[in-house]
Write a protein that binds this ligand. Structure first.
Ligand SMILES: [Zn+2]
Length: 330
């Protein structure tokens, strides 16, 4: 079976194309998942498949008038709604309802409501009427960070597709499609957590490599040399690097644990294998678990009230001084 031009999310793509080919496409879909996972991209690909005039096939042809005008952003049978201010407002939904009642000259009409979980309750109730009795030619696709935030009456009338994280190989292919050809095991792929937008941001983040170098020098220092202060100074001056630094530290602690367990097949920092071995030798699994707990403590306090510099000092200085982070009076 051919499939729409989307990398990954195989189960969803197969279910959708199968329904579509057999003439059983739903009138409403919700795509949910964390930010950056590709909800909007997949929704647009589904919309284009539905809009293509050479159907029903599993993939848009890319050549017909429907496909061409869709690509140019000029297809009048496709309407995309983006939240105004922080919410999707009732007026935006009313505009859909006005348009949906007009039968298209040919093909289907597709509506994409972005961040549908930001619809006000009034907007959701307004949309509900259409979901109960949709015209046969109309399909409404919604994206949502949190499916559960939609009213239950909406949820019960849609097909829900929950996007899952991508494999490293899929992330590599997605990056390649964006013109970034990286080798397997590249840190940007390993640190992306299976989220394409995160991988793309890491590729473009020039400081990420530098942060990693400093973190590994710090981990291997004996607490007396310059590496501690270098990292401390760097983080004091680069506020934005602290979240990355915490992620890198945590990944190194986890990798070191895996090394101690003899499981070296799925290390995030596989490109720094020798350094990980050296670091792991100096640590115990229990010590590493404690370090991760302490790190998470700093992370959650940082979100609420902790001062940036105090967090930097705790992370870069306290561990070598034998201070237990959780016992420091904050
Ligand atoms: Zn087409």
């Amino acid at each position: 079976m051919g499939s729409i031009g989307f990398i990954g999310q195989k189960e969803i793509v197969e279910r959708f194309t199968e329904q579509f080919r057999s003439g059983m496409a739903s009138h409403a879909y919700v795509l949910s998942g964390p930010p950056g996972i590709g909800k909007k991209t997949l929704a647009r690909e589904m919309a284009k498949t539905l809009i293509c005039l050479e159907g029903p096939d599993s993939a848009p042809c890319g050549k017909c008038r429907g496909c061409k005008s869709f690509d140019a952003g000029l297809n009048t049978n496709f309407t995309e709604i983006v939240p105004e201010t922080r919410s999707v407002l009732i007026d935006q939904i009313r505009a859909i309802l006005d348009d949906i009642s007009v039968r298209p000259a040919r093909g289907r009409k597709v509506y994409l409501i972005q961040e549908a979980d930001r619809m006000t309750p009034q907007a959701q109730n307004c949309l509900l009427k259409t979901l109960e009795e949709p015209p046969p030619y109309a399909v409404i696709i919604m994206t949502a960070g949190n499916f559960e935030s939609l009213l239950i009456t909406i949820r019960s009338r849609v097909v829900h597709f929950k996007l899952s994280r991508y494999s490293d190989e899929e992330i590599r292919m997605i990056l390649k499609r964006h013109g970034k050809d990286l080798p397997a095991g590249d840190p940007a792929i390993a640190f992306s957590e299976g989220i394409p937008a995160k991988a793309l941001a890491l590729v473009d983040n020039k400081d990420f490599g530098r942060t990693r170098e400093l973190v590994f020098s710090y981990l291997l220092s004996d607490g007396r040399d310059l590496a501690d202060f270098e990292l401390n100074e760097y983080l004091s001056e680069n506020r934005d690097a602290l979240p990355d630094c915490l992620d890198i530290l945590e990944s190194a602690y986890r990798d070191a644990m895996l090394v101690l367990c003899g499981k070296t097949g799925s290390l995030i920092n596989s490109d720094k294998f020798d350094k990980l071995m050296e670091y792991a030798k100096k640590n115990s699994i229990q010590g590493l678990i404690k370090k991760i707990e302490e790190l998470n403590g700093v992370r959650s306090k940082l979100k609420r009230y902790m001062n940036h510099q105090l967090a930097v000092d705790l992370v870069t200085l306290a561990p070598h001084k034998g201070t237990n982070l959780t016992e420091v009076h904050l």
